[in-house]
Design a protein around this ligand. Structure first.
Ligand SMILES: *[C@@H]1O[C@H](CO)[C@@H](O)[C@H](O)[C@H]1NC(C)=O
Ligand SMILES: *[C@@H]1O[C@H](CO)[C@@H](O)[C@H](O)[C@H]1NC(C)=O
Length: 425
């Protein structure tokens, strides 16, 4: 399709050549190549770069197209630093001993994760390939620009609301990002884990989103923040629907030039052929109904330096190479767990975009959203309970967080809320 656009505008130019002398022709071509066409060309070029030639294609019931792409043709290898990279097919260390035959998986007593990705009903990708959600023209056109597609909005960098203690109160509300989180800081962290139930929060405006995730953070909240993020999200702008999707994000410069969601830029190296980043998760939890949760573990392979991600109890998805980061090349200085929404304040009122289940923490199990068994990875590569957990929310009347602990759930918290309500106008 990209080629069709080229040839059509070329023939217009040729016509122009007949009618005008050379000097005028240049001007005419520029005028007749309206911005819309130029944008289309740019979009198609971008799509060609992003969508790698599939070995097999699977149509998902939600409208997604999942391309099974040969593992060595994935977007990561567009990165100049990865030209001669040898894929690491398994981590050297695993905090749960997943690759250690003598160790029993500590999670095996928890009932097997029943959550699947929706596209699985129509097929699977073979070993040696990885599933990639195909980017469509409309996906890119919804972004503010081709360059910004797949990236968090610039204003996200005014996300120092992430750092509760040093946040400039005037800045906190400016970006419109609101959080309800638990966090630990003041130590060197080599990973984090949590199990979170999955919901489908309502989004009021297409340019808003609602997500629940783990943040692995290093650096300052100015220009050089390093962040690895993983969880679930609803983002109409990014995906074109209201489905709940598994996602990752990374940045090494506070959401400015580096990083992206999922595999939408080169960086993350995927090794897993079962799980597609950005694909819909199904089923999701219902109010006073069945609860479905997912586990996410992100940890540093301290030998190679890479940051690995695991989904559920057995799906090791792949890794972010150490060289992508500055601070995180060593360790993380802060871990956060919880929810984030964009409140774009349409009409000067708080948005009714929900966080988590859309219910406040005090409603508890079966109604409120939770993170349970939250853990951090220490220097010795052990998962352990976090110490001195703090909580933060910009406006607890809109979205709130409440921590607790017991023998079953370890350290946990309920979080979320409805956004706009009589106490949050
Ligand atoms: C954010 O704005 C709301 C409403 O204007 C205000 O009540 C709240 O205190 C602000 N939060 C912070 C942390 O400044
Ligand atoms: C997403 O949900 C909103 C309401 O919450 C609705 O207005 C919109 O049409 C939905 N978008 C899609 C693509 O289904």
């Amino acid at each position: 399709m990209g080629d069709a656009y080229v040839s059509r505008s070329m023939s217009r130019c040729r016509l122009a050549m007949v009618l005008f002398v050379l000097g005028f022709m240049v001007l005419t071509c520029a005028a007749r190549n309206p911005p819309a066409t130029r944008q289309k060309l740019q979009v198609h070029k971008h799509l060609k770069r992003l969508n790698k030639k599939p070995v097999k294609t699977i149509q998902s019931p939600d409208g997604d197209i999942i391309d099974c792409v040969h593992i060595s043709h994935q977007p990561a290898f567009d990165h100049p630093f990865l030209k001669d990279h040898k894929i690491q097919m398994r981590p050297d260390y695993h905090p749960e001993g997943l690759y250690d035959d003598n160790k029993v998986n500590t999670e095996s007593k928890v009932k097997e994760n029943t959550i699947k990705q929706l596209w699985h009903v129509n097929g699977m990708c073979d070993e040696g390939t990885i599933p990639i959600r195909r980017t469509k023209e409309d996906d890119v056109l919804r972004a503010s620009s081709v360059k910004r597609y797949g990236k968090k909005k610039h204003t996200s960098m005014a996300m120092p609301n992430n750092i509760p203690k040093t946040a400039d109160p005037d800045l906190v509300n400016q970006s419109g990002h609101q959080h309800a989180i638990a966090y630990v800081e003041g130590d060197k962290f080599y990973g984090a884990k949590a199990t979170m139930n999955v919901w489908e929060p309502k989004i009021q405006q297409a340019n808003e989103f609602s997500l629940s995730q783990i943040w692995i953070l290093g650096g300052s909240f100015g220009e050089d923040l390093n962040s690895i993020e993983a969880g679930w999200q609803v983002s109409p702008d990014l995906y074109g629907d209201n489905n709940t999707r598994l996602f990752t994000y990374w940045t090494s410069d506070a959401y400015q030039a580096t990083g992206c969601y999922n595999l939408l830029c080169s960086g993350f190296i995927q090794i897993n052929n079962n799980i597609a980043m950005g694909a819909s998760i199904s089923p999701v939890s219902g109010y006073r109904n069945s609860q479905y949760d997912i586990s996410i573990l992100v940890w540093k392979d301290q030998k190679e330096g890479n940051w690995w991600m695991q989904f559920g109890n057995g799906y090791v998805l792949g890794y972010w190479p150490s060289f992508l980061f500055s601070y995180l090349a060593d360790s993380a200085s802060m871990i956060e767990w919880g929810g984030e929404v964009v409140n774009s304040e349409p009409d000067g009122q708080h948005t009714s975009t929900q966080m988590g289940s859309g219910r406040f923490p005090e409603e508890g199990f079966g109604k409120a959203s939770y993170f349970r068994n939250i853990q951090v990875v220490d220097k010795e590569n052990n998962l352990k309970a976090p110490k001195d957990i703090g909580t933060f929310t910009e406006q607890s009347n809109c979205y709130d967080v409440q921590t607790g602990s017991n023998s079953d759930w370890g350290h946990y918290f309920y979080y979320g809320g409805p956004g706009k309500n009589p106490n949050c106008p």
